[in-house]
Design a binder for this molecule. Sequence first.
Ligand code: NAD
Ligand code: UGA
Length: 467
Amino acid sequence: MSKVTIFGAGYVGVPTAAHFSRTHQITIYDPDEQKINNIREVLDGTTHELHIHEKGLPELLRENRENLKLTTDIKEALEDPEFIFISVGTPPNARGRANLKYVCKAAEQIAANLKNDAIILNKSTVPPGTAYMVQDIIASNLKTDFKFAVGSCPEFLAEGSAVEDLRTPDRIVYGCDDPEALRKITEFFSYLHGKATLCPMSTISSELTKYAANSILATKISFMNSMAVLCDSIGANIREIQEGIARDSRIGRKFLNASMGYGGSCFPKDTRAIAEYGRLNGVPLSLIKSTIAINEEIIEYFANKIQDDFNGDLKGKNIAIWGIGFKARTDDLRESKAVEVARFLMDHGTHAFIFDTVKGALTNFEIENQQYKGKFTICQDQYQMFDQDLDGLVIGNEHEKFRNPKMSQLKKMRALNIYDGKNILNNQLIRQLTQEGFNYKSVGKDTVVNGVDKDRLVHFLREKYMD
Ligand code: NAD
Ligand code: UGA
């Protein structure tokens, strides 16, 4: 059992602390008193609700409360940890570069308060080389001559499934150029995971692995989104293409869902950050730049479909949005495409009725959209807005509750328009909806309604391909 201090009680820090506390002794340090008090209340059972919404997290924290300490006091945080994990935010700045001020501040605090030898691992997503900078900051500010090593240990959990992702990861990537420290990190993780899961490497490779992983996942989505636009144009179905390629085990099944774009606090930020890092290093990374461009175009493509259905005039319309979080089961609205659609609609004079299965997502929407006050209504129930002369329903994220809507409720709409931003309705339901008079739009499977214009395709081929 090792003593560990985790800097940052956010989406990564808290689940990581809970996971490590199965076999290690953990101190969570965050200067934000509200967050620390909130976790404290979860531990003592005063509340079940954490400031982040993660399935099973309150339970896991409570189960291991004997191994968990919480503090806002930096001295207490650094009493005697063998390992220190930095998991503070690295939000984008105006140029798309990762803002490293929180990481640097953590490094300064460590230097000023360290009282024993320690291994410091950076979990925040950072530009390669940051660990060396952290090493420098600590070395030049350290008051005594304790031995320390700095490495990288990027995190691959996804929001909403953090507890499970941490419990059964595909791999644990970590890097440290000090062989003795690397051996100790391997030993640390061996208490939690099998040897086959461990993936040690150099510090710089470990840092770049994180950006590479997020970029390739984002690229898969953008690739499918560009195919989706082509599908709509020729009458093919992106879901069928997806199935046809996913069965090739070299391609794989995951992250091939075309949608109105990827959102969240990670893919958009990290793809921009690595593109900028490449540019600054004279390496263009054109594929990642295309991934970003496609993600910006696809949301416009989807929003324009809605607007076109109203002949460009969205004024005075009432449109519901089911699912406002950047994906299902999260309160996180950062770079949510559903929020972008809501704002687009409100900017064009529509009143938006917002529902999400996560209450925190609704609260966050209200707080973050004060400038739109009066232009939206928050709905606590999935169907409460159907008494409001709705002109359309947008499906904003992938929650299962949105897959089988109640037909009797949908039919109350003033205008029968459904916009499936995540392509979650199945063909049978789409056909049923069409029979009932609904207009259905998606990202790459409009053919289920429109079919194929064979004559146009033949004419096109004769004209362009028969020299
Ligand atoms: P977050 O904003 O939820 O949490 C960051 C926390 O750090 C905040 O509570 C803040 O108060 C705290 N903090 C700031 N300065 C501090 C300091 N000096 N000492 C201690 N705490 C401090 O951020 P997050 O979503 O947990 O992300 C953290 C990092 O992990 C980012 O680099 C992110 O890109 C990366 N990441 C995030 C996810 C995710 O799903 N959110 C997944 C993998 C990696
Ligand atoms: C993502 C990665 O999946 C994590 O491995 C990584 O650790 C994390 O970023 C990070 O670096 O912070 P997350 O942003 O929580 O996790 O969510 P994802 O499930 O990856 O979804 C991201 C976005 O892509 C969502 O908007 C989702 O709707 C969209 N998406 C996902 C698609 O449009 N199609 C897909 O096939 C999959």
